[in-house]
Write a protein that binds this ligand. Structure first.
Ligand code: PEP
Length: 254
């Protein structure tokens, strides 16, 4: 059985002080231990956040990483710089990076490889735009976006299916749409890696996931947790989603 993972992508939100206060409050929530929990603050908050989460169940993630270990890459950060301060996870290929910062399937793969080489667990984002879905191209897009993932270590890879039309829009994939895409991705992982790797890989849903729809999306057979943007910014909402994931895991066991 795959252990649920709930990851918060804070994007460009929260000052250093706000990040620390949030994490202290989250730790005080006495969260279920059956769920892996990761928070991904801004780069500047990571050192303070690392101090707060040390010894807790909260994992720490960055929102990006460069593909080289050092060099003339203004405003970028290398993976060893992240691991040095206690970061364990990194988000790669997020649609906002693809849309606003020129991220491609190639650069996303390079970043993921560098992250894994330094010991980071990679959350690799894929997902179609509304135009692509409407044109019936969802599977073709997912196939293209995952085409090079065979270069990665599946044991340190989490996929995040994030339909672009559902990110930050309040629109959510229906359970049927989410399950269909996740099942497709799992079969795809089996063909790229093998059945055991695909069975063991966590595939997160992302796109306006919140406490009110977590109960519909998290129990789906091929949904192993969530990558949460907006609803992760509030300790109460994020904790509620973590508890919903724990309830699903408990339901699976009984
Ligand atoms: C995200 O940014 O990865 C995301 C899923 O955002 P939201 O939950 O706000 O849609």
């Amino acid at each position: 059985m795959r252990r649920p993972l709930i990851a918060g992508n804070w994007k460009m939100h929260k000052t250093v002080a706000e990040a620390s206060a949030y994490l202290e409050d989250l730790i005080a929530e006495d969260l279920p231990t059956s769920v892996d929990v990761v928070c991904c603050p801004t780069f500047v908050s990571l050192p303070a956040a690392a101090m707060v989460v040390t010894g807790s169940q909260i994992g720490l993630g960055a929102q990006n990483v460069h593909w080289d270990t050092s060099g003339a890459f203004t405003a970028e950060l290398a993976a060893p710089m992240l691991t040095e301060i206690g970061v364990q996870w990194v988000i790669v290929g997020h649609s906002e990076r693809r849309t606003f910062f020129g991220e491609t399937d190639e650069t996303a793969l390079d970043r993921a490889r560098a992250g894994q080489a330094a010991g980071l667990e990679v959350i690799y984002c894929v997902g179609e735009t509304l135009a692509e879905r409407d044109a019936g191209e969802t599977f073709a897009v997912l196939e293209r976006q995952t085409a090079t993932l065979g270069a990665l270590d599946p044991g340190h890879l989490v996929l995040a299916y994030e339909p672009v039309w559902a990110i930050g829009t309040g629109r959510t994939a229906t359970p049927a749409q989410a399950q269909e895409a996740h099942a497709f991705l799992r079969v795809r992982m089996a063909s790229i890696f093998d059945g055991a790797a695909a069975d063991g890989m966590r595939i997160l849903y992302g796109g306006s996931l919140k406490p009110s729809n977590a109960d519909e999306l998290l129990p789906l057979a091929d949904v192993d947790g969530g990558l949460i943007g907006g609803a992760s910014l509030d300790v109460g909402s994020f904790s509620a989603i973590i508890r919903a994931a724990a309830d699903c895991a408990a339901g699976d066991e009984s």
